[in-house]
Ligand binder design. Structure first.
Ligand code: BGC
Length: 388
């Protein structure tokens, strides 16, 4: 072959090699970018075809994922004592199961977390009837609560990935609640591994409000079985006993000498099989504790610890109550993120809140929000490793 021709051929081949490599790089970039828009990752599509994105918060130690649907926290990953990342919240890998029936995994609950007896209450002499969805009561905002709507992302710190602020406008009489309620939830991840949840809201008519965060935690890992060995502290001298519909009777009962005493570190499961009428009514713990020092701003209300991972979670809140729910109704039918089963009691919720059924219990702190007032509340979940 003519040596010039050979040279030209080699150059062409080399060029082609470069062109080929560039083409591959371009294709890979297009593929990886097709799921990412402004640092948010496509998580799935709603039934109406609208895209739902996942937003990542990170501080290089801890990683939190939030989606706009239900303002749901889909994962919280924190390194265990051996530096292995552990996902400490129950949930799903994609959107579809979140659109089906599930027990409020990771969602923001509203307008009113927990139960309102018969779904009825009176405000300014007007009777209101809420959507009933739980044994004749209204639970967690009704049939389509804040957990089942797509929130607007009003700001996301796409550069440092430290916070996301979401908004939902709940229309007048939605699920039976009066007033257009404009609510914002901000999730912030700090350098100290604190996940802050802040709620702000305003209304144009007198209404009631009681939002909460409904994450199911398992500090040994979301697919690791039940949480009965977790060590729990609740800074509460009393709790609210319930009736057969898990509605508080209105009494405030001391925890002293009962299975409800978590003032000293105790395994969640230690007293669970005691013969106690309240444990029977709740199918286990599904009660609101009356937190100490309400009215003094943000204070530590709880601490939970897993001896498997040595991960500790501390909870701080400005609210009067916390519902400890230990997944009594999980029965293994829901698949975990790792394809295992979410068995009974495989997660615990610490739902900071006003007391259940407050609009019908005059002795409980008020949940009424008037036009012109600003609702604000804050709860922080702080993760760390404790070497015993
Ligand atoms: C309630 C439980 C309920 C669960 C899931 C909790 O907040 O207290 O009674 O079963 O949510 O729906």
């Amino acid at each position: 072959m003519d040596p010039n021709m050979l040279k030209r051929l080699i150059i062409l081949l080399k060029m082609n090699k470069y062109i080929f490599s560039y083409a591959i790089i371009l294709i890979l970039t297009i593929i990886s970018c097709s799921n990412i828009k402004d640092d948010k990752v496509l998580f799935g599509k709603l039934k109406n075809g609208k895209d739902v994105y996942k937003y990542i918060l990170t501080n290089d130690v801890c990683e939190v994922e939030v989606i706009s649907y239900g303002a749901i926290i889909t994962s919280i990953k924190f390194p265990d004592i051996n530096n292995n990342l552990v996902d400490v919240v129950l949930g799903f890998n994609d959107l579809e199961p979140y659109l089906e029936k599930h027990p409020y995994f990771g969602a923001i609950i509203g307008r009113y977390a927990n139960r309102i007896a018969d779904g009825k209450f009176k405000l300014n002499n007007i009777d209101y009837n809420l959507a009933l969805n739980n044994n004749g009561t209204s639970l967690h905002g009704g049939i389509q609560g804040f957990d089942k709507v797509n929130w607007n992302v009003v700001s996301y710190d796409s550069e440092n990935k430290r916070y996301i602020k979401l908004n939902y406008l709940s229309k007048d009489m939605e699920e039976g609640y009066p007033g257009n309620l404009n609510i914002y939830v901000t999730y912030t991840l700090t350098v100290n591994n604190e996940l802050k949840v802040e709620y702000e809201a305003e209304t144009d008519k007198t209404t009631i409000i009681n939002p909460t965060q409904h994450s199911y935690f398992n500090l040994s890992g979301e697919s690791s079985g039940d949480v009965l060995d977790h060590l729990l502290v609740l800074n509460a001298d009393s709790y609210l006993p319930v009736n057969k519909n898990i509605i508080p009777t209105g009494d405030i009962r001391s925890v002293e000498g009962t299975p409800f005493d978590f003032r000293e570190r105790k395994k969640i499961g230690r007293d669970l099989n005691e013969n106690d009428d309240q444990l029977a009514l709740g199918n286990g713990y599904d009660h609101c504790w009356v937190l100490n020092d309400y009215g003094k701003g943000l204070r530590k209300i709880s601490e939970v610890f897993s001896e498997d991972t040595m991960i500790k979670m501390e909870v701080f809140s400005d609210l009067p109550g916390v519902q400890l729910y230990i997944g009594n109704f999980l029965d293994g039918t829901i698949k975990s993120k790792k394809g295992k089963q979410y068995i009974k009691r495989s997660g615990f919720c610490l739902e900071t809140q006003y007391f259940p059924n407050s609009p019908n219990t005059s002795d409980f702190p008020s949940t009424v929000l008037e036009p012109g007032e600003k609702f604000f509340s804050k709860t922080t979940f702080k993760f760390s490793i404790q070497k015993k």
